[in-house]
Design a binder for this molecule. Structure first.
Ligand SMILES: C[S@@+](CC[C@H](N)C(=O)[O-])C[C@H]1O[C@@H](n2cnc3c(N)ncnc32)[C@H](O)[C@@H]1O
Length: 279
């Protein structure tokens, strides 16, 4: 059998393509999502920008040494992440949360904890806070704490500013828009009473969540970009962080139906949501 070529033995273009592929595999291992082969030119361009004259070996070492936020790997993947989102995306999820889940949880007589995982620029987390305010009032009880987590510090920077264009609010009713935002000349600013319920933290979902006792987790349109093993790992981290009977909302192309020992499926208005099972 012919041995696989060493990178040093290849023509420069082939060596670059092989290096890009090695990096693609490393990104998938460390960050869960696998940039599709079609995104290779984008990955190669990001690599060119970040390497800044460093040799493949030096840059590979810098990437492999990295495992924490703000690492070289994280800086590289910033350009590859997809942050598409709007407020109120998939309205039935928020209807179920507001009509069924939150009123039941309120009987626990303690603060409630919700999370938006892969929160991107914050719209999903803000919609959770608007839904809580619709259900309990802007100043009502119980207290509801919401945490948005994302790998991207750039997206989190936008989330922390809390200013959106009208197009980001198009899925909200006029009443929800009014409850959540104050219109100013430069855009729609998240109302302070809503913003103070929400914290944004940088976190790689491949690591255990820095949260416990969550009553509901929204992790929508994130795992669709992950390979099956990584998606399973994230779902295990979610299971660990959910309170007994806690709720899980996934995107329309994502499923936990294969993990019935961890999550019980609950159909709602043509969507499927999940509840944490006890071991
Ligand atoms: C398409 S957005 C989804 C936004 C929102 N959940 C929604 O459904 O509208 C996917 C988000 O997942 C984030 N993401 C991807 N891989 C991640 C990881 N390993 N850890 C944390 N966030 C990640 C991306 O940065 C991006 O902001």
């Amino acid at each position: 059998m012919t041995p696989a070529p060493e990178i040093d033995d290849l023509q420069p273009a082939a060596a670059e393509a092989l290096f890009t592929e090695r990096v693609r595999t490393l990104v998938a291992e460390r960050c869960g999502f696998a940039p599709r082969p079609a995104a290779s030119p984008q990955l190669a361009a990001a690599l060119g920008r970040r390497r800044r004259g460093r040799s493949q070996e030096d840059y590979w070492e810098a990437l492999r040494a990295a495992d924490a936020a703000n690492s070289e790997l994280q800086l590289l993947v910033e350009d590859l992440l997809n942050h598409d989102t709007v407020c109120g995306r998939i309205p039935p999820h928020f209807e179920m949360l507001g009509r069924q889940v939150l009123p039941t949880l309120a009987q626990l007589d303690r603060p409630l904890r919700l999370a938006s995982l892969g929160c991107a620029t914050g719209e999903e987390a803000i919609t959770l806070a608007i839904t809580a305010a619709e259900t309990f009032g802007l100043h009502g009880a119980p207290a509801v704490e919401i945490v948005g987590l994302d790998l991207s510090s750039r997206a989190l920077g936008v989330a922390r500013v809390g200013r959106y264009r009208l197009s980001c609010l198009r899925e909200l009713s006029p009443a929800q828009r009014e409850l959540g935002f104050i219109r100013q000349t430069d855009g729609f600013h998240v109302r302070p009473e809503i913003a103070r319920r929400v914290r944004f933290l940088q976190h790689n979902l491949m690591q255990p969540l820095p949260l416990v006792g969550l009553d509901a987790v929204f992790c929508r349109n994130v795992l669709i970009y992950f390979n099956p093993d990584s998606a399973r790992q994230v779902l295990r981290h979610i299971w660990d962080a959910l309170a007994p009977g806690g709720w899980l909302f996934l995107g329309p192309s994502e499923s936990a139906l294969h993990l019935r020992e961890w999550f019980e499926p609950v159909p709602f208005a043509e969507t499927m949501v999940y509840r944490r099972r006890q071991p």
